[in-house]
Design a protein around this ligand. Structure first.
Ligand code: E4P
Length: 214
């Protein structure tokens, strides 16, 4: 399972990269707005740190605008993946980019047929948002399970990127459901190596050793 970080914060990206297990980065307009930085400049900085796929989301919602912004973003670095919304215009742009050999990430996926359609259009990644589905009383992880079955039934190569992850159980369930990738906030990445018995066990090992040998 690949692990991406879901942030535009450079310090978080560097720290996660230093853990040695980071495979990529996802950004979105809200995350960039939170940082208050120039989108292109920040994407360049991220691509200097991370070799794996870095998703750059378009702001345009029409086909021509998406193609223009996506082509500009793709020039930033070879590992840029153009992030497009799961709409009809996004689907058309996905097919056009796929025909041009540009990788895409189809975001804001909330139902299995969006995932089926974007896979047919050659998406490199599809981003189903589990947390936002949970927020409205649905079972977000069911969407990951449904997409896994559909993609396996037809041999689609589009990778399932579980997004909108809010806590470690989302990660466990995404891994059990066979998600190819998860994009995870830094706070959750940090807690993925935590267990109170690890901390207390380590404390006791060190204390016992010091007691015996000084
Ligand atoms: C994914 O690409 C999105 O950036 C992200 O996972 C959205 O998460 P949120 O629902 O916590 O905003």
């Amino acid at each position: 399972m690949d692990l991406y970080i879901d942030t535009a914060n450079l310090d978080e990206i560097k720290e996660a990269h230093d853990m040695g297990v980071l495979d990529g980065v996802t950004t979105n307009p809200s995350l960039i707005a939170k940082e208050g930085v120039d989108y292109t400049k920040r994407l360049k900085e991220i691509c200097d740190v991370v070799d794996g796929p870095v998703s750059a989301e378009v702001i345009a919602t029409d086909f021509d605008g998406m193609m223009k912004e996506g082509r500009e973003a793709a020039k930033i670095a070879p590992n840029i993946v153009v992030k497009l919304p799961s709409t009809v215009a996004g689907l058309k742009a996905c097919k056009a980019f796929s025909d041009e050999g540009v990788r895409t990430n189809l975001t804001l996926c909330f139902q299995p047929l969006q995932a089926l359609m974007v896979a047919k259009a050659g998406a490199f990644l599809v981003s189903p948002f589990v947390g936002r589905l949970d927020d409205i009383g649905a079972e977000g992880m069911d969407l990951i399970r449904q997409i896994r079955v559909i993609y396996d039934n037809y041999g689609f190569e589009t990778k399932i990127l579980t997004a909108s992850i809010r806590h470690t159980m989302h990660m466990v369930d995404a891994a059990l459901a066979g998600s190819d990738v998860a994009t995870v906030p830094f706070s959750v990445i940090k807690s993925m190596m935590n267990h109170p018995l690890t901390s207390s066990g380590l404390e006791k090992f060190v204390a016992d050793y010091k007691k015996a040998f000084g």
